[in-house]
Design a protein around this ligand. Structure first.
Ligand code: NAP
Length: 465
């Protein structure tokens, strides 16, 4: 008879970091006698290492950037919890009644979670509930209760600082050379949640590679698959996905528009752009998002480029161009949309005639528009790997203002001929990798309802592409 084997957890850098952080935070409180010492009086008398340890454990589960973000979230949670907990103390004698106190605790927890979700800080929720519970349950009375609340906040700050210091001092992960092929395999359990990308065709999609790499890196129990769905059959697929328990899926051409009327809820960008590239299935309902436009603006922001008040020249009027143009217009840019097929540029511009103007794609028009623009964005497939297509000539770049940046949505090759020519003329150039990462990160944030460090994901995606 075979006996089941129990897999032993691997002791990696995260475990070591957590242990070191707990030890450091505990040691920091040695001068205070490790336990609460009421004879010290004031806030000092209420300081103890417990909360610092909790903050450390939470914050050292990830990298430095993520620790910072997680830590800020925890801190917000503690502040929300501290304020709510302290406010409930004002109820005074009413809290002497145990049933009333229980009811107040429940209401305060709901308020704490609600407030944290309202400011989009789901990771803060737990902390927002803990503090009121501790303040109310411990039975500390008088002004000491307020010292107690302040002490908890100080301990969280100590925990966060220790977590940041430990994360900065110890390496992030094992070096690349120590990574084995087995690390890249995914473990599929009964609890593993399913995600996928749909398209027609879809076999070329890099989404499974990218999303699985991010899921592995983040240690999230999801598996991302590639699912061909024929044109016109999104409705049937959606029912299948709901029935099969998918957490969500991404959509590529030609499904982005077809999905719009099938959604139970649409986010503002999906509504604006008229296309859905991310669908989350929550309690049988389909929530449609579009992360292309926001991903593009985030990629620009990462490069320190703000489109507000700028004149932008967009080349192309396909699906990507529509998302880019409408978000640029929303961000306050004046955009000229230059396209080979004029009707497609006109159709995009009709959405916001104040900010969007159509133009042709002939050399004379491109040169004329280039002279006026502060930012040039290529949204055509010209120069993309495998297409064999290329701009007829690059003389229109000669007229660009010296400070104008040139962005190409294409990420393969990393440097297109357009970017090479612009770089030669002294312009700042940005390729489509930032968009690729940011739209994928935004989609994964929707699927998993977690905040994700896009900078860390850039390195992780670059490794697998
Ligand atoms: P699309 O809907 O097929 O649009 C293609 C655009 O390119 C159209 O405006 C088309 O003009 C134009 N075009 C194609 N061949 C041309 C030629 N020979 N001369 C002039 N114009 C030409 O494609 P899309 O989804 O918008 O994608 C456009 C590009 O963005 C692709 O290279 C894609 O890889 C890239 N992209 C990158 C990311 C990323 O994550 N970095 C995301 C999305 C897209 P017509 O309208 O006249 O046909």
């Amino acid at each position: 008879m075979r006996h089941p084997t129990v897999p032993l957890p691997r002791i990696g850098m995260r475990v070591i970091k957590t242990a070191v952080a707990v030890m450091v935070s505990y040691a920091l409180f040695l001068p205070f006698g490790l336990t609460y010492r009421e004879e010290l009086g004031g806030v000092l008398g209420q300081i103890g290492p417990l909360y610092a340890c909790i903050a450390c454990i939470i914050c050292t589960q990830s990298t430095l950037g993520q620790t910072f973000r997680q830590g800020i979230s925890r801190l917000i949670g503690v502040l929300v919890g501290g304020i709510l907990g302290t406010a409930t103390l004002l109820l005074g004698p009413a809290l002497e009644n145990l049933w009333l106190k229980t009811l107040v605790l429940g209401l305060v927890c709901v308020a704490g979670v609600w407030l944290c979700l309202l400011i989009k800080r789901p990771t803060a929720c737990g902390m927002a509930c803990i503090l009121p519970c501790v303040i109310l349950i411990t039975g500390v009375t008088g002004v000491t209760r307020y010292y107690y609340a302040i002490a908890r906040m100080i301990e969280t700050v100590v925990g966060l600082l220790v977590a940041l210091a430990v994360n900065a001092a110890l390496p992030d992960h094992r070096p690349e050379s120590q990574r084995e092929e087995t690390d890249r395999r995914m473990e599929v359990r009964n609890s593993t949640r399913k995600l996928c990308v749909i398209g027609d065709p879809v076999s070329h999609s890099k989404s499974p590679l990218i999303q699985n790499a991010m899921l592995r890196e983040l240690g999230l129990d999801y598996l991302y698959l590639c699912q061909p769905v024929p044109r016109g059959r999104c409705g049937e697929w959606l029912e299948c996905a709901k029935f099969a328990g998918y957490a969500g899926f991404n959509a590529t051409m030609p499904h982005k528009e077809e999905l719009v009327p099938l959604m139970d809820e649409l986010d503002a960008d999906a509504r604006l752009i008229g296309a859905v590239n991310t669908v989350c299935i929550r309690e049988g309902k389909a929530w449609g998002y579009n992360t292309d436009g926001a991903g593009f603006l985030r990629a620009l922001a990462d490069e320190g480029i703000s489109p507000s008040g700028k004149r932008v020249m967009v080349l192309g009027a396909g699906g990507a161009a529509k998302a880019v143009c409408l978000k640029l217009a929303q961000a306050g840019a004046k955009v000229t949309v230059c396209n080979r097929t004029p009707e497609k540029a006109e159709a995009i511009c009709a959405h916001d005639p104040e900010h969007l103007h159509p133009a042709g794609f002939d050399s004379a028009t491109l040169s004329q528009q280039a002279r006026r623009c502060d930012l040039l964005v290529n949204c055509t497939s010209l120069g993309m790997e495998g297409t064999g297509s290329q701009f007829a000539d690059f003389s229109f770049l000669d007229g660009l203002k010296p400070e104008a940046a040139v962005v190409d949505l294409i990420y393969a090759p990393a440097q297109t001929e357009l970017l090479r020519q612009a770089g030669q003329r002294g312009h700042r150039t940005v390729n489509g990798f930032g968009l690729l990462v940011n739209q994928a990160v935004l989609a994964l944030e929707h699927f998993t309802d977690t905040e994700i460090d896009a900078e860390k994901m850039k390195a992780c995606i670059a490794r697998v592409l």
